[in-house]
Design a binder for this molecule. Structure first.
Ligand code: ADP
Length: 203
């Protein structure tokens, strides 16, 4: 099973991925966790450019294609092999985030992004997508480190991102869950765990 967690930075993705991983491992599953962009040599190099190399100007389409290239490598090197070996894959973000950040909020054509995304992923999509839904103001108070290239885009951009996730999530996976991420860590984990367990029973 391929599970993706998404939502704006600070919504709690890393926290919930760690908890879900521990839960699934306690059931005896082999779990492989990745981040998109990242988790391959190429993906981490692209991630560094996308988030931290502000000395390298990026046109919107070039930025979008770098995310796609990182994802293509991630699918080929990591996700496909892990799924083929029988592991459960949990990914911190996937194609949906690209559609939302660069398309809905960034102004690129959303249908084009889904279509380029199909090419980049070879048609692989998460079985389950979980959105951690949080107001950008609340997410910002949780982030302690300095802002990266994307985080500097301001609150109006992130409001569009938040709505974009809600609007596009059904195109990301056949099964999706939107969780109110303002609740306690335990409450959110319990909702995600229950949902994922139910999907596994249904498979
Ligand atoms: P993300 O991976 O989405 O950027 P993190 O999991 O790194 O988010 O969480 C960002 C910060 O918010 C961390 O300090 C984390 O401990 C805290 N945090 C995560 N979930 C919650 C929550 N439900 N309530 C309050 N703080 C949280």
């Amino acid at each position: 099973m391929f599970i993706s967690l998404d939502g704006i930075d600070g919504a709690g993705k890393s926290t919930q991925i760690d908890l879900l991983r521990a839960h699934l491992e306690s059931q005896g599953q082999t779990v492989a966790c990745f981040r998109d962009p990242g988790s391959t040599k190429l993906g981490e190099a692209i991630r560094e450019i996308l988030l931290h190399r502000e000395d390298i100007p990026l046109a919107g389409t070039a930025e979008m294609l770098l995310y796609m290239a990182a994802r293509a490598q991630l699918v080929a090197d990591q996700i496909r092999p892990a799924l083929d070996s029988g592991a459960t894959v949990i990914c911190d973000r996937f194609l949906l985030a690209n559609v939302v950040y660069q398309g809905v909020a960034g102004g690129l054509n959303v249908d084009d992004l889904w279509s380029v995304g199909r090419c980049a992923t070879g048609g692989l999509s998460p079985d389950v997508t979980v959105i951690l839904d949080l107001e950008p103001e609340a997410a910002a108070t949780r982030i302690q480190r300095g802002a990266d290239r994307l985080e500097k885009r301001g609150i109006e951009y992130f409001k569009k991102v938040r709505l974009g996730f809600l609007e596009q999530v059904q195109r990301a996976s056949s099964k999706s869950l939107v969780v109110d991420a303002s609740g306690s860590i335990d409450t959110i984990h319990s909702l995600i765990r229950t949902f994922v367990d139910a999907q596994q029973v249904n498979r």
